[in-house]
Ligand binder design. Structure first.
Ligand code: ADP
Length: 405
């Protein structure tokens, strides 16, 4: 049986899914949280001896290397994998591929070094992900490994959309441009939307809204990303859980003076970690808390919610203008998939564009067309599945590669 492992490593977490391919059945999935902190938590849901089972353990895990070793020990103990040779490929989600990686790539030593060297574009992610890849290589030295970049789907952006209006040589010399993120998710949901609409993606203009703790919107024309709201880093664009999204850069020196900050990094940390829904509401970065507080009359939570909705509407509207129309708008990720009221709020302000939510169809967390029949622009809810997209990339790249086990 062919198994492919999909790995998504964050700065203190490691998520994985093990698939049986090519039928894409999930054999096991899990999460290791609080790596590097005390009381790390390991949870695995898996299928063994014809039953669905759950494993949970709390123990200290000092670093990602230990996490990977433990993961494989548990694979054997829980009989999820009996021999490492059953795993025919591992796909690693990598935050930034810069301009070096316009597509997924088979991992070599050089590729790992390049991923590490792109750390300036994703400091919290790329270096940690390079380390995790090395740890997996230690455990499975002969297994095909593929890097799948959050940026690759946006490699098709035209220059008028990826360039900032600053001196051109900063792009040439330093690579300052829009890279975008969440590409695996935008790509997956755009393809699913075309399938659900029963139309070839080549004929469609789609606006995809990935609304999670991190959030971005993409304009997808003929299956290719032509614009997206995140930028040089994932700080740009929409109002997010703790990130500000777009601000006037002149605010930075002004606030640094007012706050007595000497380091610009401290100011950027405020925009990354203390802004967005959290900064506006003063309550929480979690949309569930914001919605609950807003319903019970908290004025700042209500304001945070309104600003969140407003920014998503602005991006949808501007991308419809850029593509000269749209056939579909797709919602995904934690907020997009789960909050029918936020989807309703966003779409109700876009009725002029020919969008109308069907309340009954919108009452779902599953894949569905949620707009009224006959509406000019279809609206869809499509739960994202970056893990399966990563496993598919491993299959695609593995076809021409000789695997030694
Ligand atoms: P991440 O970017 O960390 O992967 P997720 O895609 O998991 O984030 O999204 C997390 C966000 O989704 C949080 O703001 C959370 O509150 C929100 N969310 C999850 N379920 C719901 C829900 N039922 N209603 C509103 N928001 C929700």
């Amino acid at each position: 049986m062919k198994k492919i492992l999909s790995v998504n490593a964050g700065s203190s977490s490691l998520k994985f899914q093990l698939f049986k391919m090519p039928n894409e059945k999930v054999i096991a999935k899990g999460l290791i949280e609080r790596i590097g902190l005390s009381h790390s938590i390991i949870s695995i849901a898996y299928h063994a001896d014809g039953e669905e089972k759950n494993f949970k353990q709390t123990k200290d895990i000092a670093n990602h290397e230990e996490a990977v070793d433990l993961l494989f020990k548990l694979f054997y103990i829980l009989s999820i994998v009996n021999d490492s040779s059953e795993i025919k490929g591992v796909g690693h989600r990598v935050a930034s591929g810069g301009e070096l990686f316009p597509d997924s790539v088979v991992i070599t030593e050089d590729v790992i070094d390049q991923i590490d060297s792109l750390g300036y574009l994703a400091p919290l992610h790329n270096p940690a992900q390079a380390k995790v890849i090395r740890s997996f290589k230690d455990v499975l030295p002969a297994t095909l490994m593929v890097a799948v970049f959050d940026t690759s789907f946006h490699a098709t952006l035209p220059s008028e959309n990826y360039l900032y209006s600053i001196p051109y040589e900063y792009y040439e010399k330093y690579g300052v441009r829009k890279y975008g993120f969440h590409g695996t998710s935008h790509s997956y949901v755009a393809k699913r939307a075309a399938e659900l609409l029963n139309r070839p993606i080549e004929d469609l203009k789609i606006v995809t809204c990935h609304l999670g703790n991190g959030a971005s919107v993409a304009a997808v024309e003929g299956g290719r990303s032509v614009d997206t709201s995140m930028g040089f880093t994932p700080l740009a664009g929409l109002t997010m859980g703790t990130r500000s999204g777009d601000v006037d850069p002149s605010i930075l020196p002004f606030l640094m003076e007012k706050l007595g900050l000497d380091e610009v990094d401290d100011m950027i940390a405020i925009l990354n970690n203390k802004s967005g829904l959290l900064g506006l509401s003063g309550i929480s970065s979690d949309m569930r808390d914001i919605e609950t507080a807003a319903v019970s009359g908290n004025v700042r939570a209500k304001l945070a919610l309104e600003i969140f909705v407003n920014r998503v509407q602005k991006y949808i509207g501007s991308y419809m203008a850029e593509m000269n129309g749209a056939d579909a708008v797709v919602f995904t990720a934690g907020i997009g998939e789960n909050s029918s009221s936020i989807r309703q709020a966003i779409v109700s302000g876009l009725s002029w564009f020919g969008m109308e939510i069907d309340e009954q169809r919108n009452d779902t967390r599953k894949e569905a067309i949620i707009s009224k029949k006959g509406a000019k622009v279809a609206v869809l809810n499509v739960p994202t599945n970056e893990e399966i997209e990563i496993a598919r990339q491993v299959e695609r790249l593995g076809e021409g590669v000789k695997i030694s086990n």
